[in-house]
Structures are given as structure tokens and as C-alpha cells.
Ligand binder design. Structure first.
Ligand code: HEC
Ligand code: HEC
Length: 75
């Protein structure tokens, strides 16, 4: 009996976690020339860093873990 409850809980929790994670993914990284072969977050700052040509908006979430939210379109 106890085992069944655990199993049920697992079935409910796994999709919930996946759903929450999927919400974090926003605008995909375009798959154009500027974004080819980018594997590290520091590579973003020359273009998207503060005061740079394509700086993010002021409303942009502050975190610097770009890939957590933005992923390449053709994964
Ligand atoms: C060589 C310069 C360059 C580099 C490096 C670069 N980008 Fe970009 N990025 C651009 C340009 C240009 C655009 C399109 C212009 C715009 O929409 O402001 C763009 C657009 C984007 C967009 C879509 C914006 C929209 O409105 O649709 C995202 C998301 C993005 N970049 C994320 C990243 C991430 C994450 C990295 C690092 C892995 C990165 N970029 C590295 C130049 C660059
Ligand atoms: C916590 C999630 C999250 C992280 C981490 C994140 N972004 Fe974003 N990004 C977003 C959201 C949400 C938007 C849409 C913002 C809006 O419409 O105001 C966005 C929009 C953008 C845009 C489009 C222009 C703009 O300001 O709206 C660019 C370019 C971009 N992000 C680049 C980056 C780069 C580069 C990094 C890493 C330094 C990064 N993002 C990290 C969530 C994130």
C-alpha cells in the first residue's frame, strides 16, 4: 500500500517538474550566423552585454545563465 502511494506521487511530481522547467524556456536563440557554435555564456556578452549593440532590455531577467532560458531552435 505504501509503495502504491509513493508510485502515485512520483507519477504526479515528474510531469509537474517538467512543466515548470518548460516555462523557463522563452525566446529561442536564433539559428543565424551570429549564434552558430556558441557554447558558453560569456560568448553572448560582446553583443548582448550591458551597453553593447544588442543589449537586452531593462526588463530582461537579471540572471546570466542564458541557456537555462534560451535554447537553440534546432536542438
Ligand atoms: C555576434 C553577435 C552576437 C552574439 C555573440 C550573440 N548574439 Fe544573440 N543576437 C544578435 C543579433 C544581431 C540578434 C538579432 C537582433 C535583435 O533582435 O536585437 C540577436 C538575437 C538574439 C535573441 C532573440 C531576440 C529576439 O528578439 O528574438 C536571443 C534570445 C539571443 N540573441 C540570445 C543570445 C545568446 C544566449 C547568446 C550567447 C550564447 C547570443 N545571443 C550571442 C547578436 C549576437
Ligand atoms: C530567467 C530566464 C532568462 C535568462 C537566464 C536569460 N534570459 Fe534572455 N530573455 C528572457 C525573457 C523572459 C525574455 C523576454 C523579455 C521581454 O520580452 O521583456 C528574454 C529576451 C532576451 C532577448 C531579446 C531582447 C530583450 O531584451 O527582450 C535577448 C537578446 C536575450 N534575452 C538574451 C539573453 C542573454 C545573452 C542571456 C545571458 C546573459 C539571457 N538572455 C538570459 C529570459 C531569460
Amino acid at each position: 500500500m505504501k509503495k502504491n502511494i509513493l508510485y502515485l506521487a512520483l507519477i504526479c511530481v515528474v510531469p509537474a517538474i517538467l512543466y515548470i522547467l518548460s516555462l523557463e524556456v522563452v525566446i529561442p536563440i536564433p539559428s543565424d550566423e551570429s549564434h552558430m557554435n556558441l557554447t558558453e555564456e560569456i560568448q553572448c556578452s560582446p553583443c548582448h552585454g550591458e551597453g553593447k549593440e544588442h543589449a537586452r532590455k531593462e526588463t530582461h531577467p537579471p540572471k546570466d545563465l542564458c541557456f537555462k532560458c534560451h535554447q537553440q531552435e534546432n536542438d
